[in-house]
Design a protein around this ligand. Structure first.
Ligand code: S3P
Length: 184
């Protein structure tokens, strides 16, 4: 059963019916795209992947943007792609792992819809990511041990942002049958 994030008692953003997006946030490998698809089917809504929007808008892969222009440039492009969502409504959005942590993006998402943090333990993230790290610029050169340490550190840095989500779920405590709560 899922409850509203108790770390966030003073939730101060009103869900704007003008946009009504659902933003899935969390670390790489937490399953944001998987849950976006599941929720989209359940609610009969459309879903998008923010990384794919950045790639389409810039006609470059995320890997190419990091390699040729660096992370700072990627974060600006990511913020721009996020803000374009103000022209749409009722989308489910799988964000990138770092999206909530730059340019007040977390506040922006809370003002434009419902935010859900998929909080998977690092042990699960390591298992999932080790096999598919090549297209993820931040982790592509790391060994298994380095990957674990990197994810622990990143999660620590990102928690204050992720913790601003309206809901927190993970694959242990959430099943798609609980999904109605996000629309209330
Ligand atoms: C990143 C996560 C990636 C992508 C980019 C940076 C991050 O998205 O946005 O490689 O900073 O954690 P996923 O979380 O979808 O892998």
């Amino acid at each position: 059963m899922i409850n509203t994030n108790s770390n966030n008692n003073n939730f101060k953003y009103t869900h704007s019916s003008a946009h009504s997006h659902i933003f899935l946030i969390g670390m790489m490998g937490s399953g944001k795209s998987y849950w976006a698809q599941q929720l989209a089917t359940t609610y009969n809504m459309n879903w998008i992947d923010l990384d794919s929007e950045v790639e389409k808008e810039n006609m470059m892969s995320i890997k190419e943007i990091f390699e040729t222009e660096g992370e700072e440039s990627f974060r600006i492009k990511e913020k721009n792609a996020l803000h374009k969502l103000a022209h749409h409504k009722n989308l489910i959005i799988a964000t990138g792992g770092g999206t909530p942590c730059f340019y007040n993006n977390m506040q922006w998402m809370n003002e434009h819809g419902t935010t859900i943090w998929i909080d998977e333990p690092v042990s699960i993230l390591v298992k999932r990511l080790f096999k598919e790290k090549s297209h993820r610029p931040l982790i592509k050169n790391l060994t298994n041990n380095e990957l674990e340490a990197f994810l622990e550190q990143k999660l620590k840095e990102r928690k204050p942002f992720y913790n601003q989500a309206k809901f927190i779920i993970n694959s242990q405590n959430f099943s798609i049958g609980d999904a109605k709560i996000f629309l209330q």
